[in-house]
Design a protein around this ligand. Sequence first.
Ligand SMILES: Nc1ncnc2c1ncn2[C@@H]1O[C@H](COP(=O)(O)OP(=O)(O)O)[C@@H](O)[C@H]1O
Ligand SMILES: [Mg+2]
Length: 347
Amino acid sequence: MHEGLSQHTDILSSPSYQLYLDCALALNEAEGRGFWSTDFTQGEQFLRLQGTQAIDTNSVVAKLNHVTVDRDFIFKMDAHNAAQAANEIGFLQGIAPNVIKGLHTQGHQVVVPGVVHNSVTGKHPWMIQEFIAGKPASAEPYKLDAGALTPRHIEGLCAFIKTCSRLDLGTVEQEGGLRLGEDDSFRVFQSNLDHYGKDAIVGALGPALYGKMSELLANLQFIFTDQAQIFSLGDVNACNMIKVSNECLGLIDFTSVGTINNPAYDYGFLLESLSVEPPLQKHFIYTALRANQDVPYFKDLLRVTFIYSGVINKIRRAYARGDMEQVLWSKQQIEDALLGRGVWEYY
Ligand SMILES: Nc1ncnc2c1ncn2[C@@H]1O[C@H](COP(=O)(O)OP(=O)(O)O)[C@@H](O)[C@H]1O
Ligand SMILES: [Mg+2]
């Protein structure tokens, strides 16, 4: 159903698109495994390819010598997970355009890449996406570059997450062709606590704070059992954001879209990385709470998601490498969220 070309005839006639398509088809034929990603540069020209296959570098460079790259694309392939690739394509083609149109009428400037060409039925699913030009919001995973995002971006992002969370799941499956699994957020948070090692967490936080943190999760269990599954973007992090302008936010990477019984998941997952910039983090909390006044217990779900999907992971790794400055910083984050202080004050 997703097989084939988009309707963008101007794009399809571009020489660099032909080059991408050539490389895509060559990659799709190639055998071999191992993650592989590269930017080819020839003079002023760029070609960005990412995937899991080996490619004949010489042949790409030879092609680059003969073709003027007149516009950028990104070639994306994930041979290990056809379902994820199909979901990203389905989301970008069948669902996102309407969501974005709705946001534009509300004055939010958010963009996602169009899928120009894709194949999910072959040996390795792949797609060629439009390249979103701009400044990536992060160079490091799960860490925002301070100053990369503006309050306007935060508002557009929250509106995007909210609109997506309201999507009708049946429509998403039928019109987008997505296959959605179910996720139990409570179970994941609890297993994070076990998996990450109680000793490390207690060591980093001290028994009193650890006790409060476990209590919060236990107290909220009843909320999760009552929650319906809703659509979730799944991987909202700074590495998947591109600052197109001070107003316009580019969003990429929708391989993790799915459903979850936690309406605060996408917000809470990002929140830890915003801690490098407390005023922005506070604005995000404020905007998320305002957008979700209709959701009972949203603030509690946001707090618990923040602690259990973001901070807990940061603190565990910092503790393991003896980075006590980071441990103390994360500890403060947890304390503030539990006690309603700092960026959580007044909310
Ligand atoms: N459409 C796009 N426009 C601009 N940059 C992109 C685009 N798609 C991917 N990238 C770049 O490639 C990186 C990896 O792509 P992504 O889709 O996030 O895959 P993953 O996180 O699974 O490696 C991104 O962080 C971004 O820098
Ligand atoms: Mg990514």
